[in-house]
Design a protein around this ligand. Structure first.
Ligand code: HEM
Length: 184
């Protein structure tokens, strides 16, 4: 069965046919919008798992190293003898992040010398005694910035130093800083 152009134009001028075509068009548009919405929902990233706050504790360099965002999902950063939980800055300090080299390490020397080079970080205790005035100032400024954004977990212990017992009497805490979660 073939339809001539003349017959087709007659059909198209018929109001019932026009209404039918409009309904079909609207149905197609709605279906495609719904499909796009389904795709968007399917592509949505899994919600990030938020870790519970860490109990206050001190760390040796070896203990700190585990918290690098890979061996443990939590990311801790050592700076000027303190340890901060920087997990919420995963984009910065997580694997592949621009400052991923600081994760689970004493990053003091990097902050003091404005370097992201892993070789700057010492494998053993770093007493920072060779830093000049400007480098110490830089380190302290970075420390202030980090402390304003992240939660202080404890101290970074020098070899031979004992872990502080933070359980019980809060007044015995030797770590200065606000242990409350910082929302920004
Ligand atoms: C030319 C080199 C650099 C550029 C262009 C640069 C750029 C940036 C930018 C754009 C941000 C994000 C700021 C924000 O969104 O709040 C940032 C954050 C940061 N940068 Fe750099 N940066 C450089 C070098 C360094 C170096 C050498 C260090 C380490 C000593 C460093 C440590 C940091 C830290 C710790 C943060 C903040 C992360 C946080 O909020 O937790 N940056 N930088």
């Amino acid at each position: 069965m073939s339809v001539t152009v003349a017959e087709l134009s007659t059909y198209l001028t018929c109001p019932q046919v026009q209404v039918f075509l409009v309904v079909v068009l609207i149905a197609v548009i709605i279906k495609s919008l719904m499909q796009r919405q389904d795709e968007a929902v399917a592509n949505e990233a899994e919600p990030e798992e938020v870790l519970p706050p860490m109990e206050k504790r001190d760390f040796t360099l070896a203990e700190l190293a585990i918290y690098n965002g890979k061996d443990d999902p939590r990311i801790l950063l050592g700076i000027n003898g303190k340890v901060y939980d920087v997990t919420r800055g995963k984009g910065f300090y997580g694997p592949g992040g621009p400052y991923g080299v600081f994760a689970g390490r004493d990053a003091s020397r990097c902050f003091a010398t404005f370097s992201t080079d892993a070789s700057v970080i010492k494998d053993e205790d770093d007493d920072l005694s060779d830093l000049n005035y400007m480098q110490m100032e830089s380190l302290l400024e970075w420390e202030t910035q980090i402390s304003e954004k992240y939660v202080l977990v404890g101290k970074l212990l020098k070899s031979g130093e004992q872990h502080t017992n933070y359980k019980g009497d809060e007044s015995e805490d030797e770590v200065k800083g606000d242990p409350e979660k910082k929302d920004d």
